[in-house]
Design a binder for this molecule. Structure first.
Ligand code: SAM
Ligand code: DTB
Ligand code: SF4
Length: 349
């Protein structure tokens, strides 16, 4: 039976879930997963940094912040044809969603037509489109939606009460405001956070609480494990216990039952067994392709082999991006996707 969609989680409830004996937690998460999705299907997104580095913000985890010496050079916005070529490659490799990231605090109004052109051309390939460009005004969100954008990624990153240890150049409320503009424009939201930044379990519960108590659950919830980059303030942070990461995935699945929970940054350093545990805990989405934005990701051969060994297959596109292709077809040299269950249930709730 499908789980009740709640938006009134207390932190204590989330802490209690995070503290369950792992077998019990995995059982509950796997039950919720099955009620909403085919657990053998994994949504596959490819990232491209369309504007790298030189960012004025001070996010303590980020290699693209101008103020940290990380070896990431500031680049200009990529040309549309170069972005489309990368999107074509991603589609040929089996991705169904293409996410374009920019190291901006927020786009300038003059950037919007350029990004809109990229979105329109990527969507015309039959890919779902996603962008992550920083804070958006209401008008900018509407313009991106009109260009054919399906998803906007904007993370809460951490609990409100840990946020000040990580970011000082924008407030938590700014993030909530952008998410409001994104929802009001009719875009689907991709919103999650990062763990392994030195936060406590209570803070992880606080992030889950903030995500699950949004007015609408995010359609996709990326759970990133901090990728430690030399030169960033968080480089050298004590590693998070891998089982804590699995617990985070499991509780995200339980409290946002109809969302795609994405096993996101940090996979390159994870064993196949740890990733398998995350899939058992209810993760049903990954970033696919050798690169995230500036850091590494498992190569496609490793991911294809892992899918094969675990009997997983890529999910078909879940929005109307496939108008140039037969819907339900993922161009792939990976396993053909079969009939996605999608996630219509949240909106019906
Ligand atoms: N500049 C835009 C913004 O911050 O909203 C969009 C791009 S930003 C790189 C997107 C997200 O990537 C961040 O919110 C953060 O969650 C994630 N991220 C950045 N650096 C990371 C790292 N080193 N490890 C894990 N996740 C990271
Ligand atoms: C998200 O939550 N994780 C992705 C995506 N959204 C944009 C980014 C991860 C970035 C990891 C560090 C890097 O490659 O620069
Ligand atoms: Fe800039 Fe985004 Fe990196 Fe923060 S996470 S420094 S806003 S690129």
């Amino acid at each position: 039976m499908a789980s009740v969609i709640r938006h009134d989680w207390h932190r204590d409830e989330l802490l209690a879930l995070l503290a369950l004996p792992l077998p019990e937690l995995l059982h509950r998460a796997a039950s919720v997963h099955r009620a909403h999705f085919d657990p053998a299907e994994v949504q596959v997104s490819t990232l491209l940094s369309v504007k790298t580095g030189g960012c004025p913000e001070d996010c303590a985890y980020c290699p693209q912040a101008q103020r940290y010496s990380t070896g990431v050079d500031a680049q200009k916005l990529m040309a549309t044809e170069d972005v489309v070529a990368k999107a074509r490659q991603a589609k040929a490799a089996g991705a169904s969603r293409f996410c374009m990231g920019a190291a901006w605090r927020s786009p300038k109004d003059r950037d919007i037509p350029k990004v809109a052109a990229m979105i329109a051309e990527v969507k015309a390939l039959g890919l779902e489109t996603c962008a992550t460009l920083g804070m958006l005004s209401g008008d900018q969100a509407v313009a991106l939606r009109q260009a054919g954008l399906d998803y906007y990624n904007h993370n809460l990153d951490t609990a409100p009460d840990f946020y000040d240890s990580i970011i000082h150049t924008r407030q938590y409320q700014d993030r909530l405001d952008t998410l409001g503009h994104v929802r009001e424009a009719g875009l689907k939201t991709c919103c999650g956070g990062i763990v392994g930044m030195g936060e406590t379990r209570d803070h992880r519960a606080g992030l889950l609480q903030a995500l699950a108590n949004l007015p609408t659950h995010p359609d996709s919830v990326p759970i990133n494990r901090l990728v430690q980059v030399a030169g960033t303030p968080l480089h050298g942070t004590a590693e998070l216990d891998p089982f804590e990461f699995v617990r985070m995935i499991a509780v995200a699945r339980i409290v946002m039952p109809a969302a795609m929970v994405r096993l996101s940054a940090g996979r390159e350093a994870m064993s196949d067994e740890l990733q398998a545990l995350c899939f058992l805990a209810g993760a049903n989405s990954i970033f696919y392709g050798e690169k995230l934005l500036t850091t590494g990701n498992p190569d496609t051969a490793r991911d294809l082999a892992l899918f094969d060994r675990l009997g997983l297959r890529p999910m078909a596109v879940t929005v109307d991006a496939a108008h140039h292709d037969h819907p339900g077809t993922v161009h792939a040299d990976i396993t053909q996707a079969q009939g996605s269950t999608g996630r219509a249930d949240e909106r019906a709730a």
